[in-house]
Design a binder for this molecule. Sequence first.
Ligand code: ZN
Ligand code: ZN
Length: 326
Amino acid sequence: MKTRNTLETTPAVPAATATVRDDIQPCESENLDRFVTGLVTVLPFLALGLAGWQLWNNLLHVSDLIVLVIMYTLTTLGITVGFHRLFTHRSFQAKPWVRATLAILGSAAIEGPIISWVSDHRKHHAFSDEEGDPHSPHGHGDGVTGQLKGLWHAHLGWIFQHDQRGSHERYAPDLMRDPTIVWINSTFLVWAIGGLVMSFLLGWLIGGTLAAGLTGLLWGGAVRMFLLHHVTYSINSICHVFGNRAYDTSDHSGNVPWLAIASFGESWHNNHHAFPTSAHHGLKRRQIDLSALVIDGLARLGLAWDVKRPKDEQRPFKRPSGAPTA
Ligand SMILES: [Zn+2]
Ligand SMILES: [Zn+2]
């Protein structure tokens, strides 16, 4: 029998209710939101053409790749360690300045303000792959067409829709009471643009020329956004259709090894749905999880504590070996 994710309760995620209407966050200006979301989606894609032209003509600077790696690492950690494991699931505690830094870095990833991100993700856990899930790839029709429609919706389509977004008041009341987080949430644009300015400055600093600053903006800004957005979206799409299901969770989450490095450990997604509050998503030696390494590093430095991990006796839903994985 499949069981809802009560294995390790996530106090931050309210229990799913029969009606989902009160859970939905209304959108103040849907058209404007769609326009901005479209820009943020399309511009990095167009910038890829420019980056491709630069590669083709052997004009790529070493500084461009350094800026890309620095900015990708910082903003990805902002999302995985910050938005996801710390703020959504409270899988560890951290010093106030560490919390604020992670919230700012996550905002610079340009995946929306922190309170919206957390509300949507908590709602995803409350209604995983059922009606009410903001981005399930399931329930979009039968056959290959339905599956493709579902993958599209889970990957990208859902960010243009506002009919299943998590209500901030219901799903993130803790963050709405935190003045630092409310401030970082309301100044989202500053951090989003700040990440682009930092890409330019890093390129200029490392490359030594204004041209290197501009190509730093291209690689550390646009290319980085494109890569991180699609890796994040893949957790919602690919990791809810494909992958190994080590745990018999009530959803369709899977562990997808080939996405583990790029996603900084987030693609051990079946483990995550089985143990939502665990700071470690990679639960075996070979399940590389860079975010968990960073959290453990913060703990060793005394900057984080109460790092949650599942204990052996908390794993009763593990499939018996040889059980079907569908
Ligand atoms: Zn999921
Ligand atoms: Zn989660």
